[in-house]
Design a binder for this molecule. Sequence first.
Ligand SMILES: [Zn+2]
Ligand SMILES: [Zn+2]
Length: 270
Amino acid sequence: MFKLIFWGVRGSVPSPGKETSYFGGNTTCITIETKETFIIVDGGTGIRNVGNYVEEKGFRNIRIIFTHYHWDHLQGLPFFAPIFNPKYQIDIFGKRNVSKVLSIQMKRPFFPADYKNLPSKINHLKIKKNFTIDDIEVNTIENNHPSGCVGLKFSYRNKSVVFMTDNELSASDPVTKRAGFVEFVKDSDVFIHDSQYTEEEIEKKRGWGHSTFKEVVALADDAGTGQAIFTHHDPMRSDAILKGIVAGETKRQNKVKVSAARENLEIKIR
Ligand SMILES: [Zn+2]
Ligand SMILES: [Zn+2]
């Protein structure tokens, strides 16, 4: 069994409040787990609640993969309790110099604890194009996003989950062309993709590194996944509007089953 949980599904900045409480206001964080392995992707504010979960579940070896270092993907890390507990071994995967980037956000006067002297056992690793974490295979792809971002595919016992946050599918000067994404996403069992904007909104946001609901549905269709889960919701997107968009996309076409990620949603992949 392969389990996925969404802990933060919001893009850009946390957006708590009564208008966003159904889908949730925490920024990007998901977890992937098997019986023995626990992987966190991104440390947006959603990661704070993951601290209680690992304690409850008894995982001692935690892996964290950073897709990139924009605030909404790492600002929860200083509030992830296991980093202050010596019983945890934490392997952190990132591009470029991950330890330097993470220590900058915890430097004084931004934060009182020093990243370099945290009590947990932290190990830093570079993200390779393809690698394994225990018996989970991880494949990556370069997303189209300012300063870069990696798209991830997790495969375990013939099942796969693709998680692509922060990616502009229709970028004018792409690092990865659309055909490359279609190939990467092909036949995945769960496909999650950044859908921050509507078709109208993206006209003013070209080059910002995000995609539209329709672009994501079209990619899922071309890749033959049969379903798409929207994520990285715009901080201004209310629950009512987002529910309306999901209903509209469902009505507009019948090839791809669409839904929107929300906090605490669990998906079991068997
Ligand atoms: Zn983001
Ligand atoms: Zn970003």
